[in-house]
Ligand binder design. Structure first.
Ligand code: NDP
Length: 496
């Protein structure tokens, strides 16, 4: 008999649903079904696939409240936040479906001088079956960055949602079944970590993982055994940088939302703030005033919900305790901010840069704020992390310059986390935040392989790739290359 596990409401501990723990055999069977479905799916035209994706998207759109409710119950996040997340995901599905042909379809490219007799074409072919392993914090949007883009590129998907959000994953796969019952192009498998581990070994053609850096390393190691390529979307320690000419109230608002929304359980959430000394006092004042309104609540209409994964409470508590022990000053909250299910929004200043509250991902509603004397210092401290996911810059003059100097896959100037909602922008990180990209054209190409084709249009002027090549041809080729490439067109300039 298949074992089961329960999905619990993190605010109350109530059982929200019961789901099977799929074992290796179940996972293998799902991948085998997906392989068959992938053959059918990959033979459809881009327009044909788009039609199915649009139908699926319409089901999600019409029932957005229902799906938001499942997400609210499983993660504890406010209903409005769940709805916003789903709406962004809907936009991504639409973009992936409508841009796949332009990005992945055959394109003629220049064939170069030596191969001028060839027509050259590049196109991007589906890989086959893509395994997607997702986290619970944005249970619709984060896996959708892989699911929708992999599907639009012509792959079938087997999705393993987090054990904390199996209902959301199941809902999405059920919606697919409703529009294409004969073709299991999107399937869900549920269970604990072992089910995800089984998916890594099941012979999928690519594994897209979103979750912690520690699990990402395990996934990569497991996939290495079968040379299964991976996309790793892992943790972050993003900061908000506030320059002296910034709109300070707007920066404080963004810092608060970026740090505390979704109870701080956001990979691209703000965990650190570096603020220019000229506006630091004003920033702290604004932050404090705005933070008063941010209350904890289990209600669907609340602002900040519970911590979804109980084990994270210990991590958050240890970061706050370290900051306190190392001389941190609490602007909001205090050493006892962490409760049984909830964490009070906590803002701490004067935290040494080598405290774990600064160096490790906290994944709770906390923010450290540091006064800096220049933007050079802000960039240097921001970059002094193993992670490199996103960043937010508030500045009038130097926003773009500072955004470029931060070592991160993404940045928002004068807003926070905006890049995640722009479907045409790639999403992903560097360093311990992972590699590979979801979203945008890069996200579509991530789930394909490049196919290069040449077609001979006429006989070559110089028949070089044949055993019938003559010494005359070799000489002519050498002369041609000397004329064309033997002289630098722009000579380097030397100072006299
Ligand atoms: P985890 O790393 O704990 O889990 C992620 C997924 O991996 C879950 O589905 C989990 O299953 C599964 N898993 C666990 N063990 C294994 C294993 N050995 N092999 C294969 N799969 C396994 O992360 P969380 O779910 O706690 O998510 C929070 C983390 O995700 C944070 O670090 C956050 O920063 C990061 N994240 C990154 C994002 C990005 O785009 N860069 C976006 C969102 C979150 P189960 O839950 O059943 O154990």
């Amino acid at each position: 008999m298949t074992e089961k596990f329960e999905s619990l409401n993190p605010a109350t501990g109530d059982v929200v649903g019961t789901y099977p723990i799929h074992d290796e055999a179940d996972v293998a069977a799902a991948v085998a079904r997906a392989r068959e479905a992938a053959v059918w799916w990959s033979t459809l035209s881009f327009a044909g696939r788009r039609e199915y994706l649009d139908k699926w998207n319409a089901v999600i759109t019409r029932r957005v409240m229902q799906l938001a409710n499942v997400s609210h119950e499983e993660t504890g996040k406010p209903h409005g936040d769940a709805q916003l997340e789903i709406m962004i995901a809907i936009d991504h599905i639409a973009w992936a479906g409508s841009h796949a042909e332009k990005v992945l379809g055959p394109k003629k490219v220049s064939s170069g001088l030596l191969m001028a007799n060839q027509a050259a074409t590049v196109e991007y072919r589906p890989l086959g079956v893509v395994g997607v392993i997702g986290p619970w914090n944005y249970p619709v949007l984060t896996p959708m960055g892989s699911i929708a883009y992999a599907l639009a590129a012509g792959n079938a998907v087997v999705f393993k949602p987090s054990e904390f959000s199996p209902g959301v994953g199941t809902w999405l796969a059920d919606a697919w079944t409703e529009i294409a019952p004969e073709h299991p192009v999107l399937q869900v498998i549920t269970g604990l970590g072992a089910t995800g581990a089984a998916l890594c070994k099941a012979g999928v053609n690519k594994l897209a993982f979103t979750g912690s850096t520690a699990t990402g390393k395990k996934v990569m190691a497991a996939c290495a055994e079968t040379l299964t390529p991976v996309v790793i979307e892992a943790g972050g320690k993003d900061s908000i940088i506030v320059d002296s000419d910034a709109d300070v109230p707007a920066a404080a608002d963004a810092a608060l939302w970026g740090a505390m929304s979704n109870a701080g359980q956001t990979c691209i959430g703000m965990e650190r703030a570096y603020v220019h000394e000229r506006v630091y006092d004003q920033f702290i004042r604004e932050l404090k005033a705005k933070a008063k309104a941010v209350e904890l609540s289990a209600e669907p209409g609340g602002l900040v919900g519970p911590i979804t994964m109980p084990s994270q409470l210990k991590v958050i508590a240890s970061h706050i305790a370290d900051a306190a022990a190392r001389g941190g000053t609490f602007v909001l909250g205090g050493p006892n901010s962490v409760g049984d299910r909830y964490v009070q929004p906590t803002i701490i200043t004067d935290v040494p840069e080598d405290s774990i509250a600064i160096t490790e991902e906290t994944f709770g509603p906390t923010l450290t704020v540091k006064k800096v004397s220049s933007m050079d210092e802000a960039v240097e401290l921001t970059n002094a992390t193993r992670y490199g996911l996103g960043a937010s810059i508030f500045a009038k003059e130097r926003g773009m310059e500072l955004a470029r100097r931060v070592r991160s896959g993404m940045a928002s100037v004068n807003s926070v986390m905006a890049f995640a909602g722009v479907p045409s922008l790639p999403f992903g990180g560097v360093g311990d935040s992972g590699f590979g990209r979801i979203h945008g054209a890069d996200g579509l190409r991530e789930f394909t392989y490049a196919k290069a084709i040449t077609r001979q249009r006429m006989k070559p002027l110089l028949a070089a790739m044949t055993f019938e090549r003559t010494a005359k041809t070799e000489k002519a080729a050498a002369q041609l290359m000397t004329v064309l490439r033997g002289r630098a067109t722009t000579m380097p300039k030397f100072k006299k």
